[in-house]
Design a binder for this molecule. Structure first.
Ligand code: PFF
Length: 458
């Protein structure tokens, strides 16, 4: 059964794909990776990784999805019916579902912060606190280890996902992305202007944009490769699923370049927002930029010390919530499309079958962070275990198999015909793209995989 749904417009399909790519990876993972990998040098290496790894792997996924016209697993079955390559899709499908189960929780935190910024409760007691530097850290810890609020917001996020996915590709995913992506870019520009006009902003700009090449080593390269991977949503079936909804005349190379460029732009703008603000408020130490601390602790502290605290805070967490929710929707669509196609049930039942287990799984992830510490694997909370296992192992493994599949299993002529719309939209970059997919990307991905395995086992 081929998918019937198609994105209605070119802008809509780019907005939806960009909506998937832009996520927490851009807004907090990128600045914290940049901080711990030496600033501008990392930015340059990252840009290179997007060009030599990100765009070619994205094109490989597009070629599978648009020619297969099915879900993340079904595409492999329709292209190579007698082979076991569908397992590559199954790894991506499973990875995206596991990631979704904890990403829902984080998306829920962002909604909680929008709400508590709006009501002002996030900042209640800040002025009179005994230690203002610990104030927001304590608030964040209190939220994470409690159960009521995180579970409530996780369920609300689930409900939003359910409605959008039920509305379908055009009326749900595409319409929502068409509205939310421009809002996200507008918020980013407002923040960038504000941040760049703060006192001492220039020190942050220098850190972010003036490269020190002596900082580049193998770790910086591996981290930049991993970031490109995460940020562009590679290796989790999303791009394969979405590209099955691309019309046959969509120019795949152009789309991949547009999506990657916009995703990079968001990460770049986040750098221009975060580093000047950190320097301006003397908060540039590494500890304040790591992971969740950056967005849920350091940023509120900056807003608390700025005029217009509530307005800036609401806008910032709204930006985060938009980035997170459009990503959860794309992760969810991988599973919905799979259930819809493979089990041949209606979209409504596919949404129920996908979302119902998450109503249990996501709260479990949330509770594992403190309320019920027994929910762990070894000494890792289930939340962290899923994150480590899915993003570090399953994603690179799936992407590696996708590259090998496109490069060495499917006929070269077939892939070239797909990428050029049967020769109508041939690009000068085609030979380079094929070379990268065949030789460079599998090696780079294998490198990431080995480095992550050594990291986890060592
Ligand atoms: N690309 C999105 C982001 O940067 O957050 C979505 C995403 C990537 C979700 C990787 C989950 C993930 F593991």
């Amino acid at each position: 059964m081929a998918v019937n749904a198609k994105f209605a417009t070119k802008i809509g399909l780019v907005a939806a794909t960009v909506g998937s790519a832009i996520g927490l990876g851009n807004v907090w993972r990128f600045p914290s990776e940049t901080q711990s990998n030496g600033g501008a040098a990392f930015l340059l290496v990252y840009l290179l990784c997007v060009l030599i790894l990100g765009i070619p792997v994205m094109l490989a996924e597009f070629a599978i999805g648009r020619s297969g016209q099915s879900d993340a697993v079904g595409n492999f079955k329709s292209l190579t019916p007698d082979k076991k390559w569908w397992m590559a899709g199954a790894i991506g499908l499973l990875a995206s579902y596991l990631i979704l189960s904890y990403y829902m929780v984080v998306a829920g935190w962002t909604l909680d912060y929008v709400f508590s910024s709006l009501t002002g409760s996030l900042y209640d007691g800040y002025e009179s606190a005994a230690s203002t530097s610990k104030f927001f850290g304590d608030k964040m810890s209190a939220l994470v280890v409690s159960w009521q609020a995180p579970i409530l917001w996780t369920i609300i996020t689930l409900a939003i996902n359910f409605v959008v996915l039920l509305l379908g590709v055009q009326k749900g995913i595409e319409k929502l992305s068409n509205v939310l992506m421009p809002v996200l870019f507008l918020l980013l520009v407002i923040f960038a202007v504000k941040s760049l006009t703060l006192p001492n902003a220039i020190d942050g700009v220098k850190f972010f944009l003036r490269p020190d090449f002596s900082k580049i080593d193998i770790n910086v390269i591996i981290n930049a490769l991993g970031q490109a991977f995460f940020s562009l949503s590679l290796g989790m079936g999303i791009l394969i699923t979405y590209s099955a909804y691309y019309p046959k005349d969509t120019r795949l190379t152009r789309t991949a370049v547009q999506v990657s460029a916009l995703d990079f732009l968001v990460a770049f703008l986040m750098g221009l927002i975060i580093f000047p603000a950190l320097c301006s408020f003397n908060m540039g130490d590494t500890a304040s930029v790591q992971g969740t601390t950056l967005v849920f602790v350091t940023m509120p502290e900056i807003f608390a010390n700025m005029p217009g605290t509530v307005v800036w805070s609401v806008m910032f967490f709204l930006l985060l919530a938009i980035a997170a929710i459009t990503s959860t929707i794309s992760l969810g669509e991988v599973a919905v499309s799979f259930v819809n196609q493979r089990m041949k049930v209606s979209r409504f039942w596919a949404c129920v079958i996908v979302m119902a287990p998450l109503a249990v799984l996501s709260p479990i992830c949330s509770l594992s962070l403190g309320a019920v510490p027994e929910l762990s694997v070894g000494d890792m909370p289930i939340f962290d275990f899923l994150d480590t296992f899915a993003t570090n192992i399953m994603l690179p493994l799936c992407a590696f198999l996708i590259c090998v599949y496109v490069a060495w299993v499917l006929p070269r002529k077939f892939i070239e015909a797909e990428l050029t719309n049967n020769g109508e939209n041939r690009t000068k970059t085609l030979p380079a793209t094929m070379f990268l997919i065949r030789y460079v990307c599998p090696v780079l991905i294998a490198l990431i995989l080995i480095a992550k395995l050594i990291d986890i086992l060592g």
